[in-house]
Design a protein around this ligand. Structure first.
Ligand SMILES: Nc1nc2c(ncn2[C@@H]2O[C@H](COP(=O)(O)OP(=O)(O)O)[C@@H](O)[C@H]2O)c(=O)[nH]1
Ligand SMILES: [Mg+2]
Ligand SMILES: [Zn+2]
Ligand SMILES: [Zn+2]
Length: 482
């Protein structure tokens, strides 16, 4: 189905006018020839009617006059035939060159515009992830004020920089003519859900873990921290993009956590998209980050993971509940373990389900080999954890091993803890499948007994966003370019 746009002069109307003109010129030419030929024919008929039986001189006079007239008409026919063909042909040629030259110029310009748009979109990762149907598209559908939908508002034969909707509204259809500033609405081409706009870097990050690992707590508190600190600390402007039609519970959960309660339990097995913009000051192209939460039950029964959003990820964030590791749990105070709610889902199974899901959607290993992954230990406020993988363990490693980078020390501590506590399978699976791996130790709720005081929850998000976004560079934070 083509878009409801008026036809353009350059691509359609001018060639149509041209072919009409050629037809007209040709018809005129035939008429002129016919007319001249008719004159000649009539003269011949008159000639056959002449009576040459009378006076010889009279006959000679009429005969000569006739021959002269015949010659004149024949000459006229010849002149018209040649001159009209010459001038008509020249006109057709020049007119054709102008019309088709213009059309060719149009196609070349269209090719250039589309190539630049394509390259620009590729390098800036311009796309959008639909929080409703989870599809990922490069270009949303534009809904004109008249209610008509333009599925591909891009340079085309309906217009290179602007096109006209059949309602008469002029629509910018290129990045260079301000398409992103149009005041109509932008929809997902698959499900018509209204999305944020056509010009942002798309950063969907599924958050992966078993039930009760602390996914929802982590996501909500990470977003709260970013909302509070990202502008002040990193000059990144934050704006939450709420999806109330899809049951977005960010603000409800934020209130829950601020009161010291656990967030509302995620019941739906679909991915829930928590979306926000995180953009360096002064940049026109905003980063749309989507943290995708799912009821942990999905990772409890592998068969249920048919969530297309997983295949569109820009990065993954795996949550590890340290208490879900049986050997580590055994090292903690039994009284602490008894009062903490933890995940019982083995971590290597969670990762295997993720990898199987990607296979199911036809995502090849070579594709996710370009994807970065953050492995985030939660609940590090639990007494005893700090000494194993937390800040204290990291500081100790930095002092004893000579590792200067905190990120590297964190990796060393977390990986050796995983090996020590029998999670080599989990470690090998993620190491072999993804590009880069960074460990973080966090607490979504903070020291027990205190009010909301999360630790390190925004770091994994900033790290992944820094990795993915071409415009964000938090070198100062990490101590190196990542
Ligand atoms: N101590 C502690 N408990 C946490 C933390 N994060 C989550 N929890 C607890 O873990 C349980 C499950 O958390 P939730 O976010 O609902 O897990 P989900 O099923 O993975 O979304 C809740 O009872 C939380 O109170 C944390 O950082 N520290
Ligand atoms: Mg949850
Ligand atoms: Zn959709
Ligand atoms: Zn319209």
């Amino acid at each position: 189905m083509t878009d409801p746009a008026k036809i353009s002069y350059m691509f359609t109307l001018a060639p149509m006018e041209y072919s009409d003109s050629v037809k007209e010129i040709f018809e005129d030419y035939i008429n002129v020839i016919k007319k001249n030929f008719g004159k000649l024919e009539n003269k011949f008929i008159d000639l056959t009617r002449l009576d040459f039986s009378g006076n010889f001189f009279n006959s000679l006079k009429f005969g000569s006059l006739f021959a002269l007239q015949l010659g004149f008409f024949f000459g006229e026919l010849l002149l018209h035939a040649v001159l009209s063909a010459l001038f008509g042909g020249l006109f057709i040629l020049l007119y054709g060159a102008a019309v088709y030259g213009m059309k060719l110029y149009g196609y070349v310009t269209m090719g250039i515009l589309l190539s630049i748009e394509y390259l620009f979109s590729f390098f800036k990762r311009i796309a959008f992830s639909c929080p409703n149907c989870q599809a990922k598209h490069k270009m949303p559908t534009y809904l004109c004020k008249c209610g008509r939908k333009h599925k591909k508002l891009m340079p085309s034969s309906a217009g290179l920089l602007k096109r006209e909707c059949v309602c008469g509204e002029k629509l910018a259809c290129s990045l260079f003519s301000g398409r992103h500033r149009l005041s109509g609405r932008w929809l997902c081409p698959d499900c018509d859900y209204e999305i944020g706009g056509p010009l942002h870097t798309d950063i969907p990050i599924p958050v992966v873990a078993g039930p009760n690992a602390g996914k929802t707590c982590f996501i909500i508190s990470a977003i709260m921290e970013l909302e509070k600190n990202s502008e002040r600390k990193h000059d990144l402007l934050f704006e939450y993009h709420e999806n109330p039609q899809l049951g977005d519970d960010y603000y409800d959960n934020k209130r829950q956590i601020e009161r010291g309660n656990a967030p509302l339990k995620t019941r739906d097995s679909r991915l829930r998209y928590y979306q926000f913009y995180l953009t360096p000051r002064g940049k026109k192209i905003r980063n749309m980050v989507s943290l995708c939460d799912v009821a942990g039950e999905v990772f409890a029964h592998g068969d249920d993971v048919i969530q297309p959003g997983f295949k569109n990820a820009a990065a993954y964030l795996i949550i590890v509940d340290p208490l879900s590791i049986p050997a580590l749990r055994a090292d903690l105070d039994p009284a602490v373990v008894a009062r903490t709610r933890f995940s019982t889902r083995p971590m290597d199974e969670v990762v295997n389900i993720l990898i199987k899901t990607l296979e199911l959607f036809g995502v090849k290993e070579s594709q996710h080999a370009h994807i970065d992954i953050a492995v985030v230990f939660t609940k590090c406020d639990t007494p005893g954890i700090d000494d194993i993988i937390g800040n204290r363990a990291v500081m100790r490693t930095m002092q004893t091993s000579g590792i200067e980078s905190r990120l590297e020390a964190q990796n060393a501590v977390c990986q050796s803890a995983l090996m020590k506590y029998g999670e080599a399978n989990f470690l090998n699976a993620i190491r072999s499948q993804f590009r880069s791996l960074q460990f973080f130790t966090t607490s979504a709720l903070g020291e027990s007994g205190q009010a909301f005081n999360p630790i390190g929850v925004d770091e994994p998000i900033l790290w992944l966003v820094d990795k993915v976004s071409p415009d964000i560079n938090l070198k100062a934070k990490w101590g190196k370019k990542i």
